[in-house]
Design a protein around this ligand. Structure first.
Ligand code: ADP
Ligand code: MG
Length: 393
């Protein structure tokens, strides 16, 4: 990566404004998964150690530009304090006199967490006035929020108009891993793309044609491809307006000689329910009124072998409705294969990360991206605004 990082700037005695991705799941006001908080710790600890005053900001949930009591950052501040073993001061606002005062009072080696940035409609609008107010708190901006890097908001992009911007360690790691795998992968390079809808991931599938040796397709989106191949998909989730595009993609992969694998058998059921009857059929045997909810055993065995032997793997999107055990087997088998693969393995996508957790193999994955949407856009080959604003070395 050619971008400036926190290590390239002198932070000692400076106030450093850090955009982190503390958009964590909450239940009854408590943080239920602190992965994202932990992921930001190396940058925060580095700044403290190097004598900076650290001002943190993040969005949390979707308050839609209003103050929502249940989306305040207090429990996040508490969890961060527990993880760091340090005091974390918390402002109940992002702007205003009290926040300004708290920032002024903040000393080197101290931490202040601002309130949820999305309480302000100005955040998503990337309002210059709001961005300037935030930027005025500090000498340097550090963007460590890879998970929000695909959004051009005031706290991810706007502030960089006023103060120099550098990448945090998490941001650097995400960029390094994803770009090296995409641009100079070891071969065979295998991509596994699944999830509900093909429309979410057409850009990724199109960008990967020049990169991968094999593209493995599963999940709901496989249905649209199978329909393009002429199969009757019954009541399965199919995007009819994308069937032509799916056909074109199959053709282009063919012409380029890049392997594109589709399921050969499927687990089907009458309903997407825990207690629904289900059975495995070949792709040409979907019963009238039934729907495909997972890849079948023959398919997952075939995928397993290819994934296990790969030198690089990128996985985005589960192979079936893995939230329901009867339809989770294909996804679990793929997770197992990715875990056994000795190559560089990367997981992007929130549900795929959850699937790897469910399979109990998260610690056997080379890199689980903290950014769902951001990693997807990265795989599409798009430039992410939150990365663009970081200065080149
Ligand atoms: P990720 O978050 O990893 O990018 P997606 O959000 O694209 O993944 O897709 C995950 C969702 O896709 C899951 O909720 C899963 O239940 C759903 N899904 C997978 N296969 C099917 C299918 N055959 N029919 C309907 N939904 C499916
Ligand atoms: Mg998802």
């Amino acid at each position: 990566m050619n971008k400036m990082t926190v290590k390239d700037v002198d932070v000692s005695g400076k106030k450093v404004l850090v955009r982190v991705d503390f958009n964590v799941p909450l239940k009854d006001g408590e943080v239920t998964d602190d992965t994202r908080i932990r992921a930001a710790v190396p940058t925060i600890e580095y700044l403290l150690k190097n004598n900076a005053a650290v001002i943190l900001m993040s969005h949390l949930g979707r308050p839609k530009g209003e103050v929502k009591e249940e989306l305040r950052m207090d429990s996040v501040a508490q969890r961060l304090a527990d993880i760091l073993g340090e005091e974390v001061k918390k402002s109940d606002d992002c702007t205003g006199q009290e926040t300004k005062h708290a920032v002024q009072e903040l000393k080197a080696k101290e931490i202040l967490l601002l309130e949820n940035t999305r309480f302000y409609p100005e955040e998503k609008k990337n309002d210059p006035g709001f961005a300037k107010e935030l930027a005025n708190y500090a000498d340097i901006f550090v963007n460590d929020a890879f998970g929000a890097a695909h959004r051009a908001h005031a706290s991810t992009v706007g502030v960089a108009d006023y103060i120099p911007a550098a990448a945090g360690f998490l941001m650097k790691k995400e960029i390094d891993v994803l770009s090296s795998t995409l641009n100079s992968p070891e071969h065979p390079f295998v991509a596994i793309i699944g999830g509900a809808k093909i429309s979410d991931k057409i850009g990724v599938i199109e960008n990967l044609i020049d990169k991968v040796d094999t593209l493995i397709i599963g999940g709901g989106m496989a249905n649209t491809f199978l329909k393009a191949k002429g199969y009757d998909m019954g009541e399965s989730l199919v995007e009819d307006d994308k069937v032509n595009q799916a056909e074109e993609i199959i053709q282009r992969y063919n012409e380029k000689g890049v392997e594109l694998l589709l399921p050969v058998d499927l687990v089907i059921a009458e309903k997407m329910q825990e207690d629904a009857d289900y059975k495995t059929v070949e792709v040409d045997g979907i019963s009238k009124g039934w729907k495909a909810l997972d890849i079948g055993e023959e398919t997952s065995k075939k995928y397993f072998k290819i994934i296990k032997e790969a030198a690089a793997v990128v996985w985005n999107g589960p192979m079936g409705v893995f939230e329901i055990d009867n339809f989770a087997k294909g996804t679990m088998k793929v997770a197992e294969a990715v875990a056994l693969c000795k190559g560089k393995t990367i997981i992007g996508g929130g549900d795929s990360a959850a699937a790897v957790e469910k399979a109990g193999v998260a610690d056997k994955i080379f890199h689980i991206s903290t950014g769902g949407g951001a990693s997807l856009e990265f795989l599409e080959g798009k430039e992410l605004p939150g990365i663009s604003v970081i200065q080149e070395k």
